[in-house]
Design a binder for this molecule. Structure first.
Ligand SMILES: [Zn+2]
Length: 381
């Protein structure tokens, strides 16, 4: 058994910890570049940062936003980055922090579509403060960037891209709209299930995954309800689960659902979390079918049964019961299908061809054929 575990330099978690932001930032630098998401002005602390923001991220992060951020960082002689928002703003901030001290274009450093050049100079210090409970980006070492002109999305990845401080205040999520609570919460659930059955799982990520899955099973339906949306207990569970998902995926990898997320997110105007939410039950079902057919003794099947037991709170649940429970959960929470974002049957050959090459696919517990991928995606359309 060989594994390693790396994370942010420091994780500060709890209701009200957002008020520590200026003190924590003062330890790292004097001129922060503040990156915020377009929809984060819900809270006074965040609003203050919003006013100071030099970069505002609209929608999914792009190479253009990162180029603009790097130029601003250098022009204004900044010495650190503060990123506040959903996964898009955090990824943009992390990418700017990584590239500001390094020469060349962001594309040079991207996996899959770029040249995969390694960072030579240590990134600028970065504080990541999530305002959703989903991406876990505050503790991951990559940033997923899109290039709309190329129609692609790929990761900028380096161990040194782990933020210096992850500052997680569940109170910031109390006012999240229900649809965002649902899709980001299901993205977090995907980021706990995929690392749990990953080829790179470790005892440390296993513990985080099972704990996080239990929190989401119990608290996502509450946080996504009109009466429960303002429950700090439910929101705290979701923020812990999202953090654990980030810790798990950064150290154990992902799987087929995230393999699809990159091409679909690049080819259609679909938020990452919504794509993962739409695909999650079908990805689990497809993996199970392939494992039963080709590797009936694979330990991943027992792992899916453990996930099912936690999801259903029934120790006798089978792996397939877990896939059914996920399908019921998605229906109950009104998760939109992929067709909502324009995905049609005629796009599937291209989507599946690109999904095969996605970096997330490498950790999937079973190799899926083009035909199996197509059937999986068809059920989510
Ligand atoms: Zn995700």
């Amino acid at each position: 058994m060989t594994w390693e575990f790396a994370t942010a330099g420091r994780i500060v978690f709890g209701a009200g910890v957002r008020h520590q932001l200026s003190d924590l930032a003062a330890d790292l630098g004097t001129r922060p570049l503040v990156v915020v998401g377009a929809h984060v002005a819900r809270n006074a602390t965040v609003r203050a940062a919003f006013e100071a923001a030099r970069i505002i991220v609209h929608g999914e992060p792009t190479l253009a936003a990162v180029r603009e951020g790097v130029a601003t960082y250098r022009r204004d002689a900044c010495d650190m980055v503060v990123a506040i928002g959903g996964g898009s703003a955090l990824d943009t901030g992390k990418a700017i922090a990584a590239l500001a001290p390094n020469s060349g274009d962001p594309l040079d450093y991207l996996e899959v579509i770029g040249r995969g050049r390694q960072l030579e100079t240590t990134p600028a210090p970065c504080i990541a403060m999530p305002t959703t409970a989903g991406s876990g980006s505050e503790v991951t070492r990559n940033a997923v960037l899109g290039s709309p002109e190329h129609g692609v999305k790929a990761s900028l990845r380096h161990a040194r891209m782990l933020p210096r401080i992850a500052l997680i205040d569940p109170e910031l999520t109390l006012t999240l709209p229900i649809d965002v609570t649902v899709t980001t919460g299901l993205d977090a659930l995907t980021q706990l299930i995929e690392p749990y059955v990953s080829r790179r799982a470790s005892p440390l990520t296993d513990a985080l995954c099972l704990d996080g899955i239990g929190r989401i099973a119990r608290s996502l339906p509450v946080a996504a309800s009109a009466e429960g949306a303002s429950s700090l207990d439910a929101r705290t569970d979701m923020s812990v689960a999202s953090l654990f998902g980030g810790l798990a995926l950064a150290n154990a990898g992902l799987g087929v659902v995230h393999g699809f997320a990159a091409p679909i997110g690049a080819m259609f105007p679909a938020p990452h979390a919504a794509v993962c939410a739409a695909l999650l039950p079908h990805g689990v079902a497809a993996n199970l079918r392939a494992l039963r057919a080709r590797a009936p003794n694979d330990p991943a099947i027992a792992r899916y049964a453990q996930v099912a037991a936690v999801l259903t709170n029934d120790a006798s649940a089978t792996a397939e019961d877990g896939a059914d429970a996920l399908l019921q959960l998605c229906r109950r929470l009104g998760v939109p299908r992929l067709a909502t974002f324009g995905v049609r049957g005629e796009h599937l050959d291209e989507i599946c061809r690109r999904a095969q090459q996605a970096s997330s696919m490498k950790a999937n517990p079973v190799v899926l054929s083009q035909d199996e991928l197509k059937k999986l995606a068809m059920t989510a359309i």
